[in-house]
Write a protein that binds this ligand. Structure first.
Ligand code: GRF
Length: 214
């Protein structure tokens, strides 16, 4: 199987980026990370990319005079990457419609809640404040809605007595680090098929174009 080209967009710490790089280095995902694109010159993800010898493209958001100009530069950087898949690993900006329409079915995001609950920022805080007993994380394709694209994988995390935003975030993160590489692996093995709002996952033994209905 030909290795896929994966580009990662991240704005901060980059622990999910790290999990993805390691899964690629260990041969668990048939892909190469071709570039890290970031809007934040202080993102720790940049150091992680340096250690893994992954090229970095910094588009410092604060240096653009309008959101439109930033989006145009981002689109151009993404086109240059010639990636099969764009992975949003803690990328903290909303991706505009022009970019979403340029890469249909080729952009994935991870969100620290069980969508469609608690979209947007501070999902773990929203979950604690709401008083839910179960939350988790969701990997989904990106469409023009906010955290609303077709769902690829979800993992549950049970809330414990006394949990606060930080303790919950920490436990969810452990699942993110497994779930995100797993979803990227399925994509890179050509095993994901978007059917309306649903993502079908093909068994590894079935050729592409065939899916099992259970
Ligand atoms: C994660 O919780 C992810 O779900 C959310 O942003 C956070 C990024 O963390 N989208 P990291 O930068 O990957 O460590």
């Amino acid at each position: 199987m030909m290795k896929k080209r994966v580009a990662v967009l991240a704005s901060g710490r980059g622990s999910n980026f790290q999990a993805v790089i390691e899964a690629m280095q260990d041969g668990k995902i048939p892909a190469t990370c071709v570039v890290l694109i970031t809007d934040n010159p202080k993102a720790y993800a940049i150091e992680r990319a340096g250690k893994a010898k992954i090229p970095v493209m910094i588009l410092d958001y604060s240096l653009f005079s309008s959101p439109e100009l930033y989006e145009r530069a981002l689109l151009s950087a993404m086109q240059q990457a010639r990636a099969d898949l764009f992975v949003l690993a803690g990328y903290m900006r909303i991706i505009g419609g022009v970019i979403v329409r340029s890469f249909p079915g080729k952009m994935m995001n991870i969100h620290p809640a069980l969508l469609p609950c608690f979209t947007g920022l501070h999902a773990q805080r929203q979950a604690v404040q709401y008083g839910v007993k179960v939350s988790g994380c969701t990997v989904h394709f990106v469409d023009e809605s906010l955290d609303g694209g077709p769902i690829i994988l979800q993992r549950c995390v049970t809330l414990q007595e006394g949990d606060d935003e930080d303790s919950l975030a920490e436990r969810i993160l452990e699942h993110e680090h497994e779930c995100f590489p797993e979803a990227i692996k399925l994509f890179c093995e050509d095993r994901l098929e978007i059917v309306g709002r649903t993502v079908r996952i093909r068994s590894p033994d079935l050729p592409s174009g065939v899916s099992r209905h259970e």
